[in-house]
Design a protein around this ligand. Structure first.
Ligand code: AKG
Length: 267
C-alpha cells in the first residue's frame, strides 16, 4: 500500500486506508506501507546501524553464522520517534491490538550479512490457544523498517500469507521440519520492499530470511509490540534496566510504550 503526501505529513492514515491496512493484516497477516519514511532521513539511520552492526559482524564464513543483528543503543538516533513510536505503525497497531500496547528496550535488527543462507521457516510466536480451532486477533506484532531496499538478491524475507490463520497444535509443538513441509505446499511471497516503507507483521505468520548473495549488509529494524494482557508475562521480570537519562530522551507516549523496562538513576 502506498500512502498519500498528506498522510505522510500528518503521520496518520485516512479512515479508508486504515481500514484497508487492517483488512490486509487480518487476511494476509502483514501489511507493507510504502513511502512512509524519507529517504534522506534513512541515510543517517542506516549509517548509525551500519556502525553498530560492524561491531557484531560474525567471524564465521558458514552461511548459518551470517544472520543475526544488533541491539539498538539507548540513545539518538536510535530513539528517533519515527522508529520507536512510528505514528502510522502505531495507528494501525493500536487499532487492532488496543491503545495500551507496549514494547521492550532495547529493540533489535534482523540482519543478514553477505553470504547468509536460507533461514528455517518459522513463526515467531504460537497461537494463544493452539488447542482451540479459533483464530484470535493478533496480540504480538513486529514493525520492520528496512534500511536498505530488500530484494531477491540480498535476501528479502519470504512470508506465507494467511499462515497466521492456521490453528493446528501440531505445528507449534512439532519440529520446524513439519512447518517447512507444510509451507512447501503453500504459496509464499517475497517482501521485496523499497526503503521508505514500513512492514507490520502478525508474529504468527510463517516466514524466513532468504540467502544474501550481494556484498551489502541487509538490515531491517525490528520492534516488537505486545497487546496488554490481563497479567504480566513472566519475561517482564528480567527486562534490561534503562538509565533515566536514556528514558528521558523518549516522548511521554514512547515512555508509556516502553513502560515495563525498569529505570534507574536520577529522573
Ligand atoms: O531476516 C529476515 O528476513 C527474517 C528474520 C526474522 O524475522 C526472524 O528471524 O524472525
Amino acid at each position: 500500500m502506498d500512502i498519500s503526501v498528506e498522510e505522510r505529513r500528518e503521520g496518520r492514515l485516512s479512515a479508508d486506508r486504515l481500514a484497508a491496512a487492517q483488512l490486509r493484516l487480518r487476511q494476509a497477516g502483514y501489511v507493507v506501507l510504502e513511502n512512509v519514511l524519507s529517504l534522506d532521513w534513512l541515510v543517517g539511520i542506516r549509517e548509525a546501524f551500519d556502525k553498530e552492526l560492524a561491531r557484531v559482524e560474525p567471524d564465521g564464513a558458514a552461511s548459518t553464522d551470517r544472520r543475526g543483528g544488533c541491539h539498538a543503543p539507548l540513545c539518538m538516533p536510535f530513539f528517533d520517534p519515527l522508529i520507536v513510536e512510528n505514528p502510522i505503525g502505531l495507528q494501525i497497531m493500536e487499532s487492532v491490538m488496543g491503545e495500551d500496547l507496549w514494547a521492550m528496550l532495547p529493540y533489535h535488527t534482523n540482519t543478514s550479512w553477505p553470504g547468509a543462507g536460507m533461514q528455517h521457516g518459522h513463526s515467531d510466536t504460537k497461537h494463544l490457544f493452539p488447542e482451540v480451532p479459533v483464530v484470535l486477533p493478533p496480540s504480538l506484532m513486529v514493525l520492520n523498517i528496512p534500511v536498505v531496499d530488500f530484494t531477491e538478491e540480498n535476501g528479502s524475507t519470504e512470508v506465507w500469507p494467511g499462515s497466521h490463520l492456521i490453528v493446528d497444535a501440531s505445528i507449534g509443538s512439532s519440529p520446524l521440519e513439519t512447518l517447512e513441509r507444510r509451507a512447501a505446499e503453500m504459496p509464499s511471497v517475497r517482501l521485496n520492499v523499497p526503503t521508505g516503507a514500513i512492514v507490520l507483521r502478525d508474529m504468527r505468520v510463517w516466514h524466513r530470511g532468504t540467502p544474501n548473495r550481494t556484498d551489502i549488509v541487509r538490515t531491517m529494524i525490528s520492534l516488537v509490540y505486545f497487546r496488554q494482557l490481563h497479567g504480566l508475562p513472566d519475561h517482564l521480570t528480567h527486562l534490561p534496566v534503562i538509565p533515566w537519562a536514556c528514558k528521558n530522551l523518549l516522548s511521554e507516549r514512547a515512555k508509556r510504550i516502553f513502560r515495563y523496562n525498569p529505570v534507574e538513576g536520577n529522573t
